[in-house]
Design a protein around this ligand. Structure first.
Ligand SMILES: [Zn+2]
Length: 428
């Protein structure tokens, strides 16, 4: 059902495969999607002129608004009656993005998810409790298909209902959990509040966490509390869903499945290709997608490609953990701030709880306030507040107002991604 061979392709095999798939997909997209034909013609690029990987730079970019502007079916390369599934992203404003799959796409996605789970050590016989939301969001079904491909026992718990999650986790002897990292952090205190000992009452071995940026420090907290190995996973609805990249047992960067997702980094301002080792916006070319081919799709996610060999024996290039979506970047008084940087600082300080909130406001100047949960006996600890302020300044070069609040009082992420940033500044 899934190919272990694909994980261990040698560099030459991989390059040969990428080249022939690239040539084919470019011609396919040009022939079947009017938007691509228009873009290529406008750029005076003939699809036949894309012969090798070095020619990739000539291919015009695809951006998120292309999907919105052609809603719902404008990028389809097949007639609608060939579609086997449709997903949609949660559109915060206006129309969502619709992503379409043929039978072949679903099979390919399932195989890639199987390969992704296999890379973390999931095997037949594991009980995988899938706490990603089932529905239009691709997380739930993506992991479901992956577990099916492996032959693991999948528990389609979906998101929310924490008490039931914990009960199932204990009673079904769950060995693998999949959810957002912020929900897993929440489960540390929730399990204790329900009277469980997270380390001894559960049989967790592996956790696969993604769909939002998280920090190395959050990983340490999750691993320490549950005694599992936590893997970062990367994907996005536009690129099938989860399963584009995954951390191997080295936990040092995410292998991107480059036989399906050709990966580049670019300077987000100029569009110029940035060499591996330098940070840039990730750009993906899907090499086999039938229903909705995406060429040089700008992800808005910032990361760095690692070209060095990995000791696990996989040659697929790695990317560093996502620093943040360029859309999530806050500009506070002219300084770029990623919420993940704040988390990194906070989780490195002892006695600071796992929950925090970032509040940005404007009163003559932009102001950054950070609410941090601490135990009751530290609420009035001026030296702790000062340490947080100093450590934040050292990383962000911004003075933040730090407020210590009682453990358990900030809003929790019960259903999915954490709502950790409140921006009170007037829009526009
Ligand atoms: Zn590796």
């Amino acid at each position: 059902m899934f190919d272990r061979v694909g994980q261990f392709l040698k560099p030459k095999q991989l390059a040969r495969m990428q080249q022939s798939k690239l040539r084919r997909i470019v011609r396919y997209a040009y022939r079947n999607v009017p938007l691509y034909r228009k873009r290529f013609d406008e750029a005076h690029v003939k699809p036949e002129s894309i012969r090798s990987l070095a020619d990739l730079e000539k291919v015009p970019f695809t951006v998120k608004t292309d999907l919105r502007d052609t809603y719902p079916f404008g990028l389809l390369a097949v007639p609608p009656n060939r579609l086997h599934c449709l997903h949609a992203s949660s559109g915060t404003t206006g129309k969502p993005i619709v992503v379409a799959y043929t039978q072949g796409d679903l099979e390919r996605w399932g195989r890639l998810m199987g390969r992704t789970l296999d890379t973390t050590g999931v095997r037949k016989g594991d009980v995988l409790q899938n706490m990603y939301g089932y529905g239009l969001f691709t997380g739930g079904l993506g992991f479901h298909y992956g577990a099916r491909a492996i032959g693991a026992t999948v528990v389609p718990a979906s998101s929310g209902n924490t008490k039931r999650q914990l009960m199932l986790m204990k009673d079904l002897r769950t060995s693998v959990v999949t959810c957002t990292p912020s929900y897993m952090v929440y489960l540390i205190e929730a399990s204790k509040a329900e009277g469980y000992d997270p380390k001894t009452d559960f049989a967790l071995k592996i956790g696969i966490f993604g769909a939002e940026p998280w920090s190395e420090e959050a990983r340490q907290r999750i691993q320490g509390a549950f005694g599992l190995r936590a893997h970062d996973v990367f994907g996005m609805s536009e690129l099938y869903g989860p399963g584009v990249g995954i951390e191997c047992e080295e936990q040092n960067g995410l292998h991107v499945w480059e036989d399906e997702f050709l990966t580049e980094t670019i300077n987000p301002e100029t569009g110029e290709v940035v060499e591996p080792g330098k940070e840039g916006e990730l750009v993906f070319t899907m090499l086999s997608r039938e229903a909705m081919p995406l060429l040089r799709y700008r992800s808005r996610d910032l990361s760095t490609i690692i070209k060095e060999e990995c000791s696990c024996g996989r040659y697929h290039n790695r990317i560093k953990r996502i620093k943040g979506r360029s859309d999530d970047m806050l500009i506070i008084g002219g300084v770029n701030v990623f919420p993940s940087q704040v988390e990194h600082v906070l989780m490195n300080i002892r006695d600071v709880g796992d929950q925090y909130q970032i509040i940005v406001s404007h009163k003559e100047l932009d102001r950054l306030a950070v609410k941090v949960e601490v135990p009751g006996n530290r609420l009035n600890d001026a030296s702790l507040a000062k340490k947080i302020r100093d450590d934040l300044f050292a990383v962000l070069s911004i003075h933040a107002d730090v407020e210590l609040v009682q453990l358990g009082t900030l809003p929790r992420s019960e259903v999915g991604k954490a709502l950790r940033v409140v921006d009170l500044r007037p829009k526009g």
